[in-house]
Design a binder for this molecule. Sequence first.
Ligand code: PFF
Length: 461
Amino acid sequence: MTDESRKSIHGQWSSRLAFILAATGSAVGLGNIWKFPYITGENGGGAFVLVYLLCVAIIGIPVMMSEVLIGRRGRRSPINTMRMLVAEEGIPRIWVLLGWAGVVAGFLILSYYSVIAGWAVAYVFRAASGAFDGATADGISAMFGDLLGNPESQLGWHTIFMVMTTVVVARGVRSGLEQAVRYLMPALFVLLLVLLGFSMNTGYFSDGLAFLFTFDVSKLSGAAVLTAMGHAFFTLSLGMGAIMVYGSYLPGNASIAKTSVTIAMLDTLVALIAGMAIFPIVFAEGLEPAAGPGLIFHSLPLAFGNMPGGSVFGALFFVLLVFAAWTSAISLIEPAVAWLVENRAVKRRNAAGLVGVITWLLGIATILSFNRWAFEFEFAGETKTSGIFDILDILTSNIMLPLGGLAMAVFAGWMMSKSSVLDELKMGEGAMFRVWYFVVRYLTPVAVGIVFLNLIGVVTF
Ligand code: PFF
């Protein structure tokens, strides 16, 4: 294999830093600021947070390293990377399905992700127009209810977000995206810190901290463990090829271990700060932590509505939430787009357009989940109220991503030859490597396996 054939036809990040920013852009998104607080609220707080942190550290980082190394080894879209490695390493062809499963997961996730990002777009305008000023909890709740009950308006916002996503993916790896994340990620971070400062002054900061960090095992159900593990994969963008395709654009000499640790730490930091900023507001306003997907759309407008300069600051916050979602959305369809460009010789622009339209259409099912098609069902002892949206969320975060991540760990740990893995990781065969190898070969499969066995009732904890 010559070095030339180890180059991606789609180009490459300009540096290791650019990859870190892009992958952090993918990881930091609605998962951190919207989803982490609401699922923490639904699952009782501290114990859930602890399981999530353990999953990120023990499973997430090693799986991320596997995904990046597979991507950089193949230097193609996930489907073709799997094809190539299967041929090169003499691995059963069934593994190519992993690439396909990732493409499907990307479509499914983005279809609902874009609808939620659309809510954030709507809230930019609401905040800027002063709609939150002096608001009461009831007023804000009615405003959110109006949006959920109105499919036409949600469709409009979803369309705007899908167009934004498609346009960036159409422009390719370096132009646009790489430039954008350079400024947007630090800006988001600064704004979160300002919001945190506000929360510290609500008088309820310690209640927020206690909720997030008090470990009470009795609150931990099997379903909560599955949700925490699923969220570790979701928040780090693992298990579907997004990080794999970004890894395929990573310069050959960059350290996979160091970059993965950095990305996971930044992602976790943002989630924890978001939690510490949001829960004190929730308690100060007497809101319900288990309010579900509407949590930040209730709590933050109340905070903005009652702070000086809240309309400017609120609009800015939702703008940045949209940007965080945007840099994640791009990575959700990049695997499919890269594959179309490679295999069908389609222009990137057209490939992005096609993928964008399919996702946009799928998104309509999520929009209708909150109104006309709403139905309730039970999952692992919990009542879910938003039909298709909940099904998509459970199917992707709780099932497809953990299984995909497990498969990637097994692929790097058992299927690829140790020499290729060592060659790609470039970290020698010291203690760090041995720990990683043990985790991907044994610990990840066993841990993910047990959580699933629990779900289907074979083991109980
Ligand atoms: N990590 C993103 C978030 O936390 O919002 C969501 C995501 C992006 C999941 C890309 C999966 C993915 F492949």
